[in-house]
Design a protein around this ligand. Structure first.
Ligand code: CDP
Length: 203
């Protein structure tokens, strides 16, 4: 028997994290936020580490050692994520994780295309730039109320462009992914829509 893999990809603040976590809890599957791997390497890069060796030596504990939500870490993550060797060294860990029984939900940018191309269910979440930036603004305001919405719009736009145009594993919906636009949905509505879709296909 092999594990059931659910790949959830999409751009910054499309709701991937919240939706993937909720789905994994409902199904009692394991959950990996692959963005955290890139963010932890981004954090090390900002400390002066060389990104390829930071990726090779990454330890699971590193994911808890930084405030990975910070916008400057998100920016650094998207810079180091364009390096082919960084991506290659994270592949094995992600693929091993996807084999956990009875199943695993992985969210990121290239799960359905590169990491788990044979995932049973592939979802690509999207939403307008304005809707995504406003959600991230509300999230980040909890810890930093000096951030401006305009600057978050600019940061997300820059990161989306870099993620979409890099030559190594660019962010793109897999041809067999189901695309959901969550711009007009509350987070609970989005969870319900995605869960309904998955439930119909999982057995
Ligand atoms: O939470 P948010 O969607 O803003 O970002 P994230 O998922 O934590 O990812 C941070 C950055 O890591 C992204 O902008 C990508 O450049 C990179 N990333 C990637 O290249 N591939 C993945 N599977 C996950 C993240």
């Amino acid at each position: 028997m092999s594990s059931i893999v659910i790949a959830i990809d999409g751009p910054a603040a499309s709701g991937k994290g919240t939706i993937s976590k909720a789905i994994s809890e409902k199904l009692q599957f394991h959950y990996l936020d692959t963005g955290k791997l890139y963010r932890a390497i981004g954090a090390k890069y900002l400390e002066g580490h060389e990104p390829i060796s930071a990726a090779t030596n990454l330890k699971y504990e590193d994911l808890d050692n930084y405030d990975l939500q910070k916008p400057e870490i998100a920016k650094a993550a998207s810079e180091i994520a364009a390096i082919q060797e960084v991506r290659a060294s994270l592949l094995k860990f992600q693929r091993n994780f996807s084999r956990k029984m009875p199943g695993a939900v992985l969210d990121g940018r290239d799960i359905g295309t590169i990491v788990c191309p044979s995932a049973k269910i592939k979802i690509f979440l999207t939403a307008s730039l304005e809707a995504r930036a406003y959600r991230r603004y509300l999230e980040l305001q909890k810890t930093n109320n000096e951030l401006k919405l305009e600057s978050i719009i600019d940061q997300i736009k820059e990161r989306d462009e870099r993620d979409q145009t890099r030559s190594s594993s660019p962010m793109v919906a897999a041809s067999d992914a189901k695309i959901f636009d969550t711009s007009e949905l509350s987070i609970n509505e989005a969870i319900d829509v995605v869960y309904f879709y998955i439930q119909a296909r999982i057995n």
